[in-house]
Design a protein around this ligand. Sequence first.
Ligand SMILES: [Zn+2]
Length: 402
Amino acid sequence: MRPVLKIPSRRVHNNMSSEQLRYLLLEAMGAYCVYCEAPLTVDIPYAHKISVSQTPHEFQVGAYTITNQVGLNYYRFNTAWVNQQLMCAACATAKGESPNLEDALKFLQAYDQVNNSGLFNTIAGKLSNRSRLSNDDWDTLFQVALQTWVSPDYSADEVGNLLYGAQGDPTYSFITYVHDSRTQQALHDAGLLRLDLTNGVQNWMTQAQTKVWVVPNETAIDAWQSQHGNDILDMKTRVKNTIRGLNLNYSNPTDTLRFDRRVDNRTEVFTMVEQAWNRLNNLVTALAGKRGFDQDSILFTPAISQITASIRQSLRATGHWSLWARAFQRNVLDSPSGNIWPRIDKDLRRLFLFNLLIEYEVDPGQMASQIQDFAGVRFTRGSLEVRPVIPGLDIDRVPFAI
Ligand SMILES: [Zn+2]
């Protein structure tokens, strides 16, 4: 999941319409689903991170019977900037009303069994007595609800201040992709999928499918956990909650009318990533043979720059930034492929990746001279302009960029 920095370009007000909020979200993070990373094209839905559903809901947590509503305080969080997220219809449908008030309270109970903050008894007590919760209580519940999943977005508050927003998690590092043969049943048993088993196990659930699946990156999570200690709900559980909550691995090939095509789309993009990598690798290898291999400049020659630009365009069109980034990070930096790549200076390879996946320079002067020839319009030459490959990427959570 692409780490996103969600900062509104202007102050967000309570009375903003959903169209205005959507515009600010699109401007901040580009037209991509924050969870599955598919491009959002014609219909651009957006939804809440934490449920604000006002449907009545009764549940038991510890000694308390809570009769409230499914979501958190609607009036406080319906238009709150920290609670807005761009997502595709398939992710929004699968997500439904999770995480919600019940998830938050159960987490808070587990937290207090270790930390004795008293927060659980205070808040659950008030809710079960039907006393009003203060704004601070609701904000605590909101932060707690966020801790049950992982957040790709690091959100500012209404005025654009990150300090008072909601932190993002290292989702690019914690979530990865595998291309192999698995059954839906196996994914379900591993906690990476939610199947409707009310009619028993169907045939398609036990058929192996070779697709690209979303899985926790156990090595990265273990490394993080050994530094940060075990949280109440450990990070692997939070990552699994997120993958399962969004049902990112759901693939029923017998349902030809299904609207959820996320697994198939992801698998197609994976093939395009491989083809793009092969084109680049072949050209670098050919150039290295021809020119006596000048390792200082090979990745920035005009021929390679052209292919880099076309890969960026494919990435923008197909979305799934993390799929592209993972494959190129692996081949170019972590375990460089073939004979050529390991011989290129590591900093130059890192710079190349930055250019390909994060931001790049264009020379408006150079473009202008072409337009000038074409249309007779005059531009000033000179200054380079830096452009993001896609908007809103949070570089601090991309390990190869820092
Ligand atoms: Zn999605």
